[in-house]
Design a protein around this ligand. Structure first.
Ligand code: SAM
Ligand code: SF4
Length: 344
């Protein structure tokens, strides 16, 4: 009887493919819901934060992120709240940096309001971070203050300069707010061009209760683009980051300008991402309420088999897309949780 030699296939991570055939390769993790700013479109001034005991420890966050990396996540973004206000956050960055060294992870990055970047920029680079997103809605100090309520633009500018010196590539994110910063875009485009930063404009999304009426702030980026076209040569380009932004090149500066338009353009068909809150809830879609609790399986056992099964079950019900609506008849949030819970 002939011998058959069975050669074990090399163990490779089982990829996460959702019911619509989309491969999930991008994970955003909110490491804290706390923040040192109170941006008007994001949270109310008297926001109530989660009790600390509900929030995953840094070790648990590492274990959770590592499970996703093992399952095929190649891009990991830490966000919040403000990720850099979390105590000892650099321990998590350095720990996750090991997946960059093995090649399992292609990119480790963060979204920050920049207020603590002057302290952490060099250490972020040392942990393997190469690109960051910094949120900045205006270059005008008074306007910056009125949008962020508690922010200090000088500190943010020092942070951005420190990040640039440390060798981090920077993308500026600006939320477009009707009647508030709509006359700031020209200055932001020119400044980003001078600094060598990409810029992305974002439509407000109806998430979480804020103090005012959100429909008044909503500014469709299709209108912004039409207005910018009068003064800038914006050339459509093919640049894709796997995310919802559509990019143009600003001919005058050579820099890229992105438009994130969840309200006027449906980007769900190419969605490759899922999000985790700081309490270990997995949201398969930013604009839907369905979630899966990963904290219980994480805490139930030191092995990851329950956790892996919970992740697989959740990916199997990732919805096709969101249905955000902002209109004047529906003044409440379309999604009750704040952006600072899922981290944008
Ligand atoms: N604190 C960090 C920061 O501001 O960059 C990270 C967390 S913040 C929630 C992530 C991004 O979400 C920021 O660029 C912020 O401007 C954006 N954001 C917050 N609330 C939003 C909303 N309702 N609609 C659109 N973008 C929002
Ligand atoms: Fe804080 Fe970012 Fe929300 Fe502003 S957008 S309040 S900086 S979490």
């Amino acid at each position: 009887m002939p011998y058959i030699t069975l050669i074990a296939a090399p163990e490779s991570a089982p990829l996460m493919i959702d019911p619509f055939g989309r491969e999930i390769s991008y994970l955003r993790v909110s490491v804290t819901d706390r923040c040192d700013f109170r941006c008007v479109y994001c949270m109310s001034e008297h926001m109530t934060f989660l009790p600390k005991r509900d929030v995953l420890s840094l070790e648990e966050l590492d274990r959770l992120c590592s499970a996703f990396v093992r399952k095929g996540v190649t891009k990991l973004r830490l966000t919040g709240g403000e990720p850099l206000v979390r105590k000892d956050i650099m321990t998590l960055f350095h720990g996750l940096g090991r997946h960059l060294k093995t090649g399992a992870l292609e990119e480790l990055t963060l979204t920050t309001n920049g207020s603590l970047l002057d302290r952490y920029a060099e250490d972020l680079f040392a942990a393997g971070v190469r690109r960051i997103n910094v949120s900045l809605d205006s270059l005008d100090p008074d306007k910056f203050k009125s949008i962020t309520r508690w922010g200090n633009i000088d500190k943010v500018m020092r942070g951005i300069a420190a990040a640039k010196r440390a060798g981090l590539a920077i993308k500026i994110n600006t939320v477009a707010l009707n009647g508030i910063n709509d006359d700031d875009f020209d200055r932001l485009i020119a400044w980003c061009g001078e600094q060598g930063f990409d810029l992305t404009l974002i439509e407000t999304m109806p998430m979480g209760d804020i103090d005012g009426d959100r429909s008044a702030d909503y500014l469709p980026l299709s209108d912004v683009r039409r207005d910018l076209d009068k003064r800038w040569h914006l050339e459509d380009i093919d640049y894709q980051t796997g995310g919802p932004a559509r990019y143009v090149r600003v001919k005058e500066t050579g820099a890229r300008l992105g438009f994130i338009t969840p309200m006027t353009h449906n980007f769900c068909e190419s969605c490759n991402r899922v999000r985790i809150t700081c309490t270990g809830k997995l949201y398969m879609c930013l604009g839907q309420t369905d979630s899966a609790d990963l904290r219980a399986p994480l805490r139930a056992s030191e092995t990851d088999s329950d956790l892996d099964a919970a992740i697989d079950a959740a990916i199997a019900r990732k919805p096709k897309g969101h249905d955000f609506i902002i209109d004047r008849t529906n003044r409440g949030p379309a999604v009750e949780r704040h952006m600072s819970v899922t981290g944008g």
